[in-house]
Design a binder for this molecule. Structure first.
Ligand code: FEO
Length: 149
């Protein structure tokens, strides 16, 4: 689902891709190192995406930015907590729970909260300029082999 900016859309696609990788690897025995790496990437990539999105919203004077940022901050605190709970002996169960949480939160957030700013950023040249300053979206970066944004 497009929110009106191709870089932000690409970020969302990258985050969903990582969540799917978390699901897939949670089904395989002994994947702690891989799950840990995916969880770390999710933290880094989410932080990067939120920075881009908040700067774009600020650039176009989005009036609900403070509430939107507060939701980002709550989500960031939750995923740090879940990431800290990831241990080798329970990695699959924790990773599955983390993937479920991320999927539910992200799909709700993108479809409701992010969709709400679409009329403000779509076709807004300043929003597009600021978004481009952050470089390629996360899905593009992942497929270019980037370790971190
Ligand atoms: Fe795309 Fe508000 O996160």
């Amino acid at each position: 689902m497009s929110v009106g900016d191709p870089y932000i859309d690409d970020d969302h696609k990258g985050l969903i891709h990582l969540i799917n990788r978390l699901y897939e690897n949670a089904e395989i025995e002994g994947q702690y190192d891989i799950l840990d790496d995916i969880a770390e990437r999710l933290l880094d990539y989410t932080a990067f995406h939120f920075r881009r999105e908040e700067q774009v919203l600020q650039a176009c004077g989005y009036t609900a930015l403070a509430a939107h940022k507060a939701e980002h901050d709550r989500f960031t605190a939750d995923i740090h907590e879940n990431r800290d709970a990831l241990k080798p002996e329970t990695a699959a169960v924790t990773a599955r729970a983390l993937a479920e949480y991320l999927k539910a939160w992200l799909s709700d957030h993108i479809q409701i909260r992010d969709a709400a700013y679409k009329p403000d950023i779509k076709g807004n040249d300043e929003a597009r300029r600021v978004s481009a300053l952050f470089g390629p979206g996360l899905y593009t970066r992942l497929h270019a082999g980037a370790r971190h944004p």
